[in-house]
Design a protein around this ligand. Structure first.
Ligand code: DON
Length: 578
């Protein structure tokens, strides 16, 4: 990794300031924030420049992201966070996942399968505000109210609608007619806000001010809770909202080459699958293969298939179902799985289902600060505009996270994922997720922070991007840019991005793959710290409206000077030229 980062260093010197995805990684001396919601990046960047830590910055960006991309995440949704605390070297995860209401039953959705994807019954109890509050209580260094300010500013003064926002709303504008409040607040006379439009969300600004004042319980009790219950016809009751609790969970840990992987445990499948796949792949010298060749794609796709087979069979909320995590991430299991790989043919699938992976209801934020604190937050309302319900007078768009439950072995969710009883609906249970916020450590300190939106494709996006850095020594931007592919066992087909050449496609077809081209797979948001150079790098994914926001507070080091580098004090003269 080090070698290539330094090779690209010279050209990257021209890239200071917030930038859209570029051909070179963005660099910073004092920290890095990368997010799939570019227009919200300034919020966290400003926090870091004002002396806030990585968690402060991520919270400010998370709230701002819900304003800038209200179709992708926000107060009506949930989140996972993975945190590294440099002060004691600890790693932990926060589960602020949405939760099934007390009255939810599996039978209801089996009889009414359409109601799980949109409308009042698709809404699970939101956890985002409590999640942000819990993170702040444990790690925050700036006042809570300051972290809400950028979001309030964007909501009350408005922000300029750019192409991503316009196109996304255009795609769903017709469907928003079902909900007059969403149409009123998110469209202009029923149509997507035009390019350059100043998008003001006054109700949302008021709600954010309320959260600024009331904190943790702002949405859980009182007038807003009442309005949420009313907007969902009591599918989510005031009692559900009042009872919601976030959970601190032990991370999933794995090791790959010289790196330690810290990721999200159930109710996400992301961390376990990531580690399972890396365990299997650690038996191969990936770096000596041709990146993107049919042999490479076949090896990874076979690995993905096996991991997603486990996802369909074994995964659900671990508070309700005994997910065999230890077995799945053990090297013994990796041995058994690795032996199933057939270089000349398929690991066979058992069934097929339709797949509709065309959505944008999730955002990701990766941050590392100058002291070595790191946080990866993935937050979601599930699919575009979630349930499509906006709570009248609040600007809160409610999630449709109930769709991440499994309602029958043959019924796929919006992401084509099927599941077992392990992920059946039950009161107070959290639906299975694919969100994979991940921190990668080397010698105990964070060197990469990563995550992505896009349902089941999140996990394979994170996998490939990490391999691009670790095995192929790609710099942060190239690792993010490289064409991706995805396999999830069912449906038994290999999804590839358009860049794959015809010869590779033909060889993959000869190996038995049914190919399906998809214009984009995931959006990897990668922040890298290079301890040798004492530099931060950002790879923002141009597949979405992403940005890498560097932090450069300290002045450029001179040959005689030293600067504080994460975990060590070292001379940075060669690494940080003027
Ligand atoms: O938790 C999950 O896995 C899904 N609700 C994530 C949905 C998603 O990533 C939509 N984004 N593009």
């Amino acid at each position: 990794m080090k070698k290539l980062i330094l090779i690209l260093f010279a050209s990257a010197l021209l890239c200071e300031g917030i930038q859209a995805a570029s051909f070179e990684p963005v660099w910073g001396r004092d920290g890095m924030l990368v997010t799939s919601v570019g227009p919200a990046a300034w919020a966290g960047q400003q926090v870091l420049e004002n002396g806030g830590n990585a968690v402060d910055a991520a919270i400010a960006t998370a709230f701002a992201a819900g304003v800038a991309h209200p179709f992708s995440s926000g107060l009506g949704g949930g989140m996972f966070a993975v945190v590294h605390d440099a002060s004691d070297g600890s790693n932990t995860t926060l589960d602020a996942r949405e939760t099934a209401p007390a009255a939810a039953t599996a039978e209801f959705y089996v009889k009414n399968p359409d109601s799980i994807r949109s409308g009042a019954r698709s809404v699970a109890v939101p956890g985002l505000v409590q999640g942000a509050w819990a993170l702040h209580q444990k790690y925050g260094s700036m006042p809570w109210k300051d972290l809400l300010e950028p979001a309030i500013k964007m909501a009350s003064e408005g922000y300029r609608v750019e192409i991503w926002h316009h196109n996304v709303v255009k795609r769903v504008a017709e469907r928003l007619k079902e909900n007059p409040e969403t149409q009123r607040t998110q469209t202009v006379d029923g149509m997507a806000p035009p390019l350059g439009w100043n998008h003001v969300q006054e109700d949302l600004a008021e709600t954010l001010r309320w959260i600024q004042k009331k904190g943790e319980k702002a949405l859980a009790v009182g007038p807003i809770a009442e309005k949420i219950a009313k907007a969902t016809d009591n599918a989510v009751t005031e009692l559900d909202l009042a009872r919601y609790k976030v959970k601190w969970r032990e991370p999933i840990r794995g090791s790959y080459r010289d790196y330690e992987i810290i990721s999200m445990p159930p109710p996400s499948s992301g961390g376990v699958l990531l580690v399972q796949m890396l365990n299997i792949l650690s038996r191969h010298d990936l770096g000596s293969m041709n990146h993107g060749s049919s042999e490479y794609v076949h090896l990874l796709a076979s690995t993905m298939k096996m991991a997603f087979e486990d996802r369909a069979e074994n995964f659900g909320d671990s508070d309700f179902y005994d997910v065999p995590v230890e077995r799945l991430i053990s090297m013994k299991y990796a041995d058994q799985q690795a032996a199933r790989f057939n270089p000349n043919g398929q690991v066979k699938a058992r069934a097929d289902h339709p797949q509709v992976p065309d959505d944008d209801g999730t955002t990701h934020i990766s941050v590392i600060d100058k002291n070595g604190n790191a946080i990866a937050i993935t937050q979601t309302i599930n699919t575009l505009f979630g349930s499509k319900i906006t709570v009248p007078g609040t600007g809160i768009v409610l999630n449709n996270e109930m769709d991440d439950f499994s309602i029958g072995p043959e019924l796929a969710n919006a992401w084509g994922a099927t599941g077992s009883m392990a992920n059946a609906v039950a009161p107070g249970k959290r639906p299975l997720s694919s969100m994979t916020p991940t921190i990668v450590l080397r010698d105990g300190s964070p060197v990469m922070v990563i995550g992505s939106p896009m349902g089941t494709l999140i996990i394979t996006t994170v996998l490939q991007t990490l391999i691009n850095v670790i095995d192929f020594e790609f710099d942060a931007q190239r690792a993010v840019n490289a064409a991706r592919f995805h396999h999830q066992w069912k449906p038994d087909r290999l999804t590839i991005e358009p860049e794959f050449p015809i010869e590779v496609r033909e060889r993959l077809q000869a190996l038995g793959y049914e190919l399906r081209e998809f214009s984009i797979i995931g959006a990897a948001e990668l922040a890298v710290f290079d301890p040798e150079a004492c530099m931060f790098w950002g790879g923002a994914d141009g597949r979405r409206d992403s940005k890498a926001a560097p932090v450069n507070i300290s002045k450029v080091a001179r040959p005689s000077e030293t600067v504080q580098c994460i975990g060590t004090r070292r001379n940075t003269a060669e690494a940080v030229p003027d």
